[in-house]
Design a protein around this ligand. Structure first.
Ligand code: G6Q
Length: 537
């Protein structure tokens, strides 16, 4: 049985086209069209997006755009931006784009304009951030806050850590930032090992305020803080919350005044521009934070208004689909050639894999095609000295995204030249490789020639921006958010729920008492029983 996707006219012509072009060599594409490097590119919003080093022709792109149209990408895009409940399994709107909508715009959800609500929270965050940064906010003993510890996991951690690391250059260096996510007690212990409670603020970031890991870390943080400060009243000066659950926040002992809200139409992994970004705002200040929101909004507008053919997230999404569904590529690598983006691949992993790791369509049918790609990556040039070997000469096809900046924030010649030369060289080597004749001409002994040949024809995109900045980070984040959306629409799945993480959570809740009380009978499979018994001993 084939699904609606594999039955579309565009899918069928893509399948036929694939059989015609699957052996095509990038080298010959470049030889035939000497302007290819300049024609297969977009230069929008300060992002130079080179997608010439791909196994595509004009016809490939044209059928891919047909597919996007046939699958209703444009209609779904309007539906998302206008607040329709496109997260159908949870009956929710998907409006992370509203988090960066400028004051004065209007977005209606259930008959209410949500833009003023968004700005009220942003203003409250700015006020609080300014008080922490200026030292006006005093801890319980009268000292200003020096350390900020964000406690949260998944979407309530990965965005804040990534953004803090990415924008460290713009941060208040006199403040210390730590991020605690893991339920492993060592995470908390190491985060506070050199901190004093009377100078430390905890931000408990949890949309639901029920997540096991975050609640356990929050309790431990409260005990740690109270053990030094000795008074329940100190909690109000050293704990704030970011959540949608006011009832449980106040039950924990945090004053509702010190809670920063958001809404069910913001998914966890799409929440770094909601109040979940509080640690980011404290770090870089409201002005730079607004810069990040501006960058996000600029990309939202580009995605919303640009025709598919000139739309960066659309093209990224389509290229990913081309390799995933036709070349059977399993993974997608992302290599930022900028040290500040060292947590960006981890952030993207959640964004892409939690969103599009689904095997059932919106109608509840099993897909008869592949969906979500495995994202992974590390900053360049480090990866070049380890796993790039497999990308160059291994047996797997791994489409790669390179992200680089023309100018470094730290002017230390010749580092930037070396860094960017490496990024550009990797794309060139992947695409064009090195032939047997070229290796032989270098005088390599016959026996070694096969080992030194690079077959090339390995695809990559290059995103080249001016310099790392809050604006540019915002653009990159929204760029991938929307690429995920495009793929989700074409695959006919819901990128905005995450039912797949539930089962493990429920089973862990069953096992906790079985580890704690050895008298409890256990009735799992023989492997699970043995592991529990081993722990009990
Ligand atoms: C993200 C997921 C998940 C979530 C965490 C934390 O999209 O839903 O990663 O962010 O489980 O949830 P809370 O913020 O509710 O603690």
């Amino acid at each position: 049985m084939s699904t609606t996707l594999t039955n579309t006219a565009a899918w069928k012509s893509l399948r036929k086209h694939f059989n015609e072009v699957k052996e095509i060599e990038m080298k010959s594409l470049f030889e035939k069209d000497e302007n290819r490097g300049k024609s297969f590119k977009l230069d929008e919003l300060g992002i130079y997006f080179d997608y010439s080093k791909h196994r595509i022709t004009d016809e490939t792109l044209s059928i891919l755009f047909d597919l996007a149209r046939e699958r209703g990408v444009e209609e779904r895009r309007s539906a998302m931006f206008s607040g329709e409940k496109i997260n159908t399994t949870e009956n929710r709107a998907v409006l992370h784009t509203a988090l960066r909508a400028p004051k004065g715009s209007t977005i209606m959800v259930d008959g209410r304009d949500i833009v003023p609500d968004v700005h009220a929270v942003l203003d409250k965050m700015a006020d609080f951030s300014n008080k922490i940064r200026s030292g006006e906010w005093k801890g319980f003993t009268g000292k200003p806050i020096k350390n900020i510890v964000n406690i949260g996991i998944g979407g309530s951690d990965l965005g804040p850590v990534m953004a803090y690391e990415a924008l460290k250059y713009f941060s208040a260096r006199e403040l210390v930032f730590r991020f605690v996510s893991n339920v492993d007690g060592s995470d908390f212990a190491e985060a506070v090992v050199d901190l004093q409670a009377d100078e430390t603020l905890f931000i408990i970031s949890s949309k639901t305020f029920t997540t096991l890991e975050t609640m356990a870390n929050a309790q431990t943080a409260r005990n740690w803080s109270l053990s030094q400060l000795g008074d329940q009243l100190s909690v109000a000066r050293h704990f704030v919350a970011v959540s949608t659950n006011e009832k449980d926040v106040t039950k924990f002992g945090i004053d509702a005044q010190n809670m920063f809200g958001f809404w069910d139409w913001v998914g966890g992994r799409y929440s770094m521009s909601a109040a979940i970004g509080l640690s980011t705002m404290i770090a870089i200040g409201p002005v730079h934070y607004q810069g990040m929101l501006n960058g996000l909004h600029e990309m939202d507008e580009h995605f919303r208004t640009a025709p598919l053919e000139k739309n960066i997230p659309v093209i990224i999404g389509l290229l990913g689909l081309w390799y995933n569904n036709f070349f059977d590529a399993q993974t997608q690598a992302v290599f930022p050639y900028d040290r500040y983006l060292h947590r960006f691949p981890a952030y993207l992993q959640q964004l892409t894999m939690e969103s599009n790791g689904k095997h059932v369509t919106l109608d509840g049918e099993l897909t008869d095609y592949q969906t979500g790609v495995v994202y992974w990556g590390e900053p360049g040039t480090n990866g070049q000295h380890s796993f790039y070997q497999l990308i160059h000469q291994g047996t797997k096809l791994i489409p790669t995204d390179f992200i680089g900046f023309k100018k470094s924030l730290n002017n230390l010649p010749p580092h930037q030249d070396y860094l960017i030369a490496n990024m550009i060289a990797q794309g060139e080597a992947l695409a064009f490789g090195k032939t047997t004749d070229e290796v032989r001409a270098e005088g390599v002994p016959e026996k070694l020639i096969p080992h030194k040949v690079f077959e090339g024809n390995r695809p990559s995109s290059t995103f080249f921006l001016d310099q790392m900045s809050p604006e540019n980070l915002g653009k990159l984040v929204a760029m991938y958010e929307h690429a995920v959306f495009v793929q989700g629409v074409i695959w006919g799945i819901n990128p905005y729920d995450q039912m797949g993480v539930e089962l493990g959570k429920v089973l862990a809740q069953n096992i906790i008492p079985e580890l704690q009380y050895s008298s409890k009978e256990i009735h799992h499979d023989s492997s699970t029983n043995a592991l529990i018994e081993l722990y009990r001993k």
